[in-house]
Design a protein around this ligand. Structure first.
Ligand code: 3PG
Length: 207
């Protein structure tokens, strides 16, 4: 299955910030146990490459890289096993490097001009970030009128209380967020909390 279809299938993307790559394996197990065999591991920490490698090595997870800002990070993410690459904004250099590697780029686009730039690069899906402060689900609905066929993956300010607003928009493929993977729980080795929050999110997304 291609990564966008797989994301549209899971409907949810846990956004992961890991300080210690040793947490990647138990975190992956916790997400899978909660019903979400997917993660976006952000390049906000030096643990990203090793964490992607550990998660991808399981063979049963869709592992993406997040906060990818440079073509060099695309190379590192792909070498580690990432199958999609998320960026907060739209960088032609990052998108083109993804296309060279044959991995799905998901650059951020929240204005009509940014969406048009993404379409010119041949993209059929973008991240919508930061979702809540960029107009939320209403803004995605408005953008979907002129850009029929484009899929959105909103993240930023989404959680159990508002994920339905986004999942109710037909052009939204999936929503992402960090609420399922609280940093303090991960640092404390409390992976049961991750499984509980993940299972709750899966239940809400399916309801
Ligand atoms: C992202 O990178 O997609 C966001 O930082 C996730 O946003 P959240 O922490 O508000 O869920």
């Amino acid at each position: 299955m291609d990564p966008l279809a797989a994301l549209a299938d899971t409907r949810l993307v846990p956004v992961v910030v890991l300080d210690d790559a040793a947490h990647a394996a138990p975190l992956a197990a916790a997400l899978v146990a909660g019903g979400l065999p997917v993660a976006e591991v952000t390049f906000r920490t030096g643990a990203a490459v090793d964490a992607i490698e550990a998660m991808a090595a399981r063979g049963d997870m869709l592992v993406g890289a997040g906060t990818v800002l440079t073509p060099a990070q695309v190379d590192a993410a792909v070498a580690a096993g990432a199958s999609y690459v998320v960026s907060p904004g739209l960088s032609r250099a990052v998108v083109e490097r993804c296309q060279e590697h044959g991995v799905l780029p998901l650059p951020g686009a929240v204005t009509a001009t940014e969406v048009q730039a993404a379409l010119e690069l041949g993209l059929t899906a973008v991240k919508f970030f930061p979702a809540a402060t960029s107009g939320g689900a209403a803004a995605i609905k408005a953008l979907s009128a002129p850009f029929a066929g484009l899929r959105f993956v909103p993240t930023g300010g989404i959680g159990p209380d508002n994920l339905h607003e986004y999942l109710g928009v037909p052009s939204v493929a999936a929503v992402g967020g960090s609420w399922m993977v609280p940093g303090d729980a991960v640092r404390a080795g409390d992976f049961e909390t991750v499984t509980r929050l993940t299972a709750e999110a899966v239940r809400l997304a399916g309801a």
